[in-house]
Structure formats: structure tokens, C-alpha cells
Design a protein around this ligand. Structure first.
Ligand code: ADP
Ligand code: MG
Length: 245
């Protein structure tokens, strides 16, 4: 299943050479973007999470070491799901102009920038349909307001910044049509004291049956059990410990 020697360090990428990105039935523009990274095969977390999310529409809680490829494990399902959704809405007027379709929450502004950079490369070939904005980037409220006015489909944010936007009149964004919510590095999000902000954010979300969620973490503990109840519908739990690979 994996071509990695046993006992590899946690920072190595665990490739699943029995799987291919083509087998995930992705939009050709997404495949093209993956090729741009030069990746031949998905990592183990990617080959497990992507089909569960896209073909089975499952929510996912994943515990996997740093460096295991969690970013694309959630970015690919987020982008593909939004492309599919936009296709179904192409001929109808249902899609409100300011509806946000995907949100990626991260614990720090640095991580927001890193994720946003990878996301920008992943949407390179479908930028006419999907745009993204790192709302936690260093900018004034007036710049943020004008960038949000262009209605990016995907927002990357720390929980604090997202709740700030939702609760003030910086800009009117609606989460009524949100299709995908990711909380990356959940353990750190909780360590950094964002529990209250997450609770508040949950009040703005659409019904669970209309929303897919990914919780990604390097550890799983009781705090995450609470988030599971609040955000997920019978999630698939994926655990990849170093000694299990
Ligand atoms: P994590 O979030 O689990 O810490 P990342 O998503 O940041 O991991 O990925 C870790 C590294 O592995 C990055 O440098 C990324 O470019 C690389 N990577 C991701 N997916 C693959 C892949 N399928 N093949 C090879 N390298 C990959
Ligand atoms: Mg990561």
C-alpha cells in the first residue's frame, strides 16, 4: 500500500502508490493543478479522505502527523464540491451573490497565508469560477470590505477574524449556502482559545445535512469530541499514526 520504509520520520510524506489522483474523478482543471505540483500519487490521508468526501459525501475527522499531506486532502474535496455545486446552479437564480461556499478555519495568520497560497495554485485553472480570499491577511478594513465585495467563493480565516466579519458591518457575507467547512489544526485552534468563536460561528451555519465538514488534527482528544457533536454528521474517523504506516 505504501512505499515508505517502516520507521520513517514523521516529517516524511507517506505516499500511497496504489492510488492515483485520476481515480478520484476530479474536474480536469483540478488534475491539471495537481500536476503543476509535480505529485505522482496521493498521500495516504489524501487517498483515504478524498473518495470518502466526494463519492460518499462523508464528513471527516482526521488525525495525521504533520507533513502527511492534509492540506490537499481537504482542499481537493472543497474545490470539487464547489465546482459541482456551481454547475447545478448555473441555470438557476438561486445562488445569492454574496453567498460564501467554502470556509477554511486555521489557528494562525501564518497558516492562513500558507493554506491560501496552496489554494490559489489549486484554483489556478478555474479562477473564473472560484476565487478565494485570506481574510486574516494584514490589510485595512476598507481593503477587506472591497475584496469581500467581489464575493470570493472560499474564505480562509482564523475563527476570530471570521466572527469579527460576521458580527460587524465590515461586509455582508452569508453562510446560508455554505457547502464545506474545514477546521485545520483543530487541536491548535482549541489551544489558542477559539472555542467560543467556533460556538458563535456554528450559529451562522446552514443545517448539517446541507454542509460537509472536515476536522483535521495531529491529536484527537475529548475537546474534539465536542466539536464533532457541534459540526459533524456521523463523520468517518481517519487515524494515521506513525507506527501504523
Ligand atoms: P500537513 O498539513 O499534513 O502537515 P501538508 O499538506 O502541509 O501536510 O503537506 C506536507 C508536504 O507534502 C508539503 O510540502 C506538500 O507540498 C507535500 N505533499 C502534499 N501532497 C503530496 C503528494 N501527493 N505527493 C508528494 N508530496 C506531497
Ligand atoms: Mg497542515
Amino acid at each position: 500500500m505504501s512505499n515508505n520504509p517502516k520507521g520513517s520520520s514523521a516529517s516524511e510524506v507517506y505516499i500511497d502508490d496504489s492510488a492515483t489522483f485520476e481515480s478520484f474523478q476530479l474536474d480536469s482543471r483540478l488534475l491539471q493543478a495537481v500536476k503543476g505540483f509535480g505529485f505522482q500519487h496521493p498521500t495516504l490521508i489524501q487517498s483515504n479522505a478524498i473518495p470518502l468526501a466526494l463519492q460518499q459525501k462523508r464528513d471527516i475527522i482526521a488525525k495525521a502527523a504533520t507533513g502527511s499531506g492534509k492540506t490537499l486532502a481537504y482542499l481537493i474535496p472543497v474545490i470539487q464540491t464547489i465546482l459541482d455545486y456551481k454547475k447545478t446552479k448555473a441555470t438557476s437564480m438561486d445562488l445569492e451573490e454574496n453567498d460564501t461556499l467554502g470556509i477554511i478555519l486555521v489557528p494562525t495568520r501564518e497558516l492562513a497565508q500558507q493554506v491560501s497560497n496552496v489554494l490559489e495554485k489549486m484554483i489556478l485553472y478555474c479562477s473564473n469560477e472560484i476565487r478565494q480570499l485570506n481574510v486574516s491577511a494584514d490589510m485595512s478594513n476598507s481593503v477587506l470590505t472591497s475584496l469581500l465585495a467581489s464575493k470570493p467563493e472560499i474564505l480562509v480565516a482564523t475563527p476570530g477574524k471570521l466572527i469579527n466579519i460576521l458580527e460587524t458591518n465590515i461586509s455582508s457575507i452569508s453562510l446560508d449556502e455554505l457547502k464545506f467547512l474545514v477546521i485545520d489544526e483543530v487541536d491548535l485552534v482549541l489551544t489558542f482559545g477559539y472555542q467560543d468563536d467556533l460556538n458563535k460561528i456554528s450559529e451562522y451555519l446552514p443545517l448539517k445535512k446541507n454542509l460537509q465538514t472536515f476536522l483535521m488534527s495531529a491529536t484527537l482528544n475529548d475537546d474534539i469530541q465536542e466539536l464533532k457533536k457541534k459540526f459533524c454528521r456521523s463523520p468517518a474517523i481517519l487515524k494515521f499514526n506513525d507506527d501504523e504506516i
